[in-house]
Design a protein around this ligand. Structure first.
Ligand code: UDP
Length: 330
């Protein structure tokens, strides 16, 4: 444990709030900065919540000084891919320019460590379906590009200063915390497991399979689904590594194997115990057939070990969360 504090931007959001909870459970001093655009106050279970914007240099500067911050974990971002295509500048403003401001504050205040929430969307269409960290980055939407630009800024800043950083590229994240206190709240969700769980609970009449003619074993898209608890733990592991003097690195975060849309939907039906109303539709624009993380590097170099690599467990957890949301909204 450190006497210094950790600033978590976007700590009221889905993944950030899980990391805040795990940091809090380990006795870390946490300060959350979130503008509550998509985050929720109640999701912040530990530390101090400051409502404000990452782009507000004066505020960030003051927080770093006042709370003795030496590490920043940066989650605050817009994350809806189709929206990024329609309104790219919104994504470059929040995900790239605001991050540049944050990095300037980090530089001016001698922040030691930075952990950045990146995405598999930096890879774009993969020829082989499996990405290592050395796979060329060719994002196919502004969301992926806006995150990749931050990766580049961080690399350059780490070369020019004493800052060390870890970039984590997330694959398909799902699930909630073990006590069902925090989970995915996104309205108008488009992510498969969330959509399927909403359909199971009657929040939607039906759901669609986008594409049944891919070159995959059952013709539907294959993804690497990771439990949010394991993903949050990867951040804690990265923090320990940087504190022990580790050098700046980029890692994929997934389980290294995938499930098809049909396998996911079969699992949701099995865990829920009732059939879903499923429609087969054409492919969705921009969807690669297969996207799987080669995650051997983070396991070998940081010693990260996933504990919940089990699709049924991920679906159970996601369904529990949807039940909680449904009961709350009754
Ligand atoms: N998908 C689907 N129906 C949906 C949502 C997603 O068939 O309602 C498919 C999508 O085409 C992809 C996989 O499920 O093959 C995962 O998509 P998701 O949007 O969850 O995450 P992405 O991989 O696009 O980030």
């Amino acid at each position: 444990m450190s006497s210094k504090s950790i600033l978590v931007t976007g700590g009221a959001g889905y993944i950030g709030s899980h990391v805040v909870r795990q940091l809090g459970e380990q006795g870390e001093n946490v300060v959350v900065l979130d503008n509550l655009y998509s985050g929720q106050k109640e999701a912040v279970l530990y530390g101090k919540l400051i409502i404000g914007d990452t782009s507000d240099k004066e505020l960030v500067d003051q927080i770093i000084k006042q709370y003795n911050i030496d590490t920043v974990m940066h989650f605050a971002a817009h994350t809806v891919v189709p929206e990024s295509v329609e309104n790219p500048l919104k994504y470059y403003a929040n995900n790239t320019s605001a991050t540049r401001n944050l990095l300037e504050c980090c530089q001016n205040n001698g922040i030691k460590h930075f952990i950045f929430s990146s995405t598999a969307a930096v890879y774009g269409m993969l020829e082989e379906g499996v990405a290592t960290e050395d796979t060329p980055t060719r994002p196919i939407n502004p969301y992926g590009t806006s995150k990749l630009m931050t990766e580049w800024m961080l690399k350059d800043l780490s070369l020019a200063t004493d800052l060390t950083h870890i970039t984590l590229r997330y694959f398909n994240v799902s699930g909630c915390d073990p006590q069902t206190r925090i989970g995915q709240n996104t309205p108008n969700a488009t992510l498969l497991i969330k959509v399927a769980c909403e359909a199971a609970l009657g929040k939607r009449d039906s759901l669609s399979i986008f594409g049944t003619d891919y070159d995959t074993p059952d013709g539907t898209g294959v993804r690497d689904y990771i439990h949010v608890e394991d993903l949050a733990d990867a951040h804690i592991t990265a923090l320990k590594y940087l504190r022990n003097g580790g050098e700046s690195k980029t890692f994929n975060c997934g389980y290294g194997h995938g499930y098809s849309v049909k396998e996911v939907l079969d699992t949701v039906q099995k865990v829920h115990g009732a059939p879903l109303n499923i429609e087969e539709k054409p492919r969705r624009a921009g969807d690669p057939p297969i996207l799987i993380a080669d995650c051997s590097a983070i396991q070998k170099e940081l010693g990260w070990k996933p504990k919940l690599d089990d699709l049924e467990k991920i679906v159970e957890s996601s369904l529990k969360w949807e039940h909680k949301l449904a009961n709350k909204n009754q």
